[in-house]
Design a protein around this ligand. Sequence first.
Ligand code: 4AD
Ligand code: MG
Length: 467
Amino acid sequence: MEKMSRTKIVDLLKREDFGAMVNVKGWVRTRRGSKQVNFIALNDGSTINNVQVVVDLGNFDEEMLKDITTGACLSVNGTLTESVGSGQKAEVQAREIEVLGTCDNTYPLQKKGHSMEFLREIAHLRPRTNTFGAIFRIRHNMAMAIHNFFHDRGFFYFHTPIITGSDCEGAGQMFQVTTKNLYDLKKDESGSITYDDDFFGKQTSLTVSGQLEGELAATALGMIYTFGPTFRAENSNTPRHLAEFWMIEPEVAFNDITDNMDLAEDFIKYCVQWALNNCADDVKFLNDMFDKGLIERLQSVLKDSFVRLPYTDGIKVLEEAVAKGHKFEFPVYWGVDLASEHERYLVEEHFKRPVILTDYPKEIKAFYMKQNEDGKTVRAMDVLFPKIGEIIGGSERESDYSKLVSRIEELDIPMKDMWWYLDTRKFGTCPHSGFGLGFERLLLFVTGMTNIRDVIPFPRTPHNAEF
Ligand code: 4AD
Ligand code: MG
């Protein structure tokens, strides 16, 4: 077969120079037709759209034609022609076909309409479906949107460690990292495991958040963000939790909580607008196939400003709802850590737009948050979104050295692990704020998917680390 340079299908479908010779490569989605002419829908992952390859069977070797089955990989040289009925402007009239890879009838994606559950079991092949192709193209685009947003505003991308000796959120949900022989653990006289002979000479884990190191950077470079994988060994088998997820954490010196809320709102709106502008075909596909309200929901969060409301007032709204007969699965009272049903009630039923809830009880938030005058609440802010609940968690940070130390003591956090963090408050402390956006939660919102396992290529959840 004559060697020609490949045209990606996304580019080919935009061309109008009919008559030109082109080469396309991709995987067969469907093949149909008559005894004389066949139509092959070919997809190369560059776009949700297939190119139609028209094959006059008489011009080709019969044995080769038998290998053109669903899932097979082809290279086609042919003429770009104007299409009459395939839904696209351009198609390819095949001149030469090479089967790069055959695909027999054990290929699990022959028929359409598999359940999402089944597709999770074949996560190694699901990127070849329309749905997952769309989701992973959008995932890429959202990552680019995030870097653009921060780069354009003068933030520096700062890399925080994945292996760490501290528990940022203090929730004890860390995966331990060790090279110790677990079958033969060395212990001291009191029976506790010793770590001096472990790889790092101390107990280490996978990070739950890059924030603490992010704060070191913000109090030096001014405005930074992290974007990396984080790990949580929380045994919550929900459609919104992963054991391995990606988080974006901006941290800004001199920002107070209001600046922090402004940044969070601008940021998330920028990402949603980016999806509408740059992923139109994929978003439309997901809208039409899964969630007829998707595009409307994306547009609607851009329209209104987010409600900003203290936690205490949010609890009042929920208590009023209960008084009027609304049934929640979990109880509502001041001090409760809100469940997703509560968050969604505020957003979807009561305010009908995103809500930023602030000033939470200190007992349900992490040690580093700035303490309010009332002695009861901290300057936290959670952004709550329709269909998702919490999409962002953040706060203004406690910048006062002695207040921070007393909170660390109250919570029994080992001070010896925190000396470097406390140094920021000792040497030129400053007000500063930041937040964390769960990347997969953003993707749930933008794609309309309902299970977080379907917006990351290879989900890690309790009892599942396949692939
Ligand atoms: O609210 P979280 O725990 O906040 C932090 O980790 C802070 N250190 C962030 C900061 O201020 N720099 O987590 C932040 C966000 C949540 O709002 C949620 O979107 C996401 O991370 N998240 C998860 N996403 C998927 N699976 C999980 N298990 C998640 N836990 C949190
Ligand atoms: Mg949170």
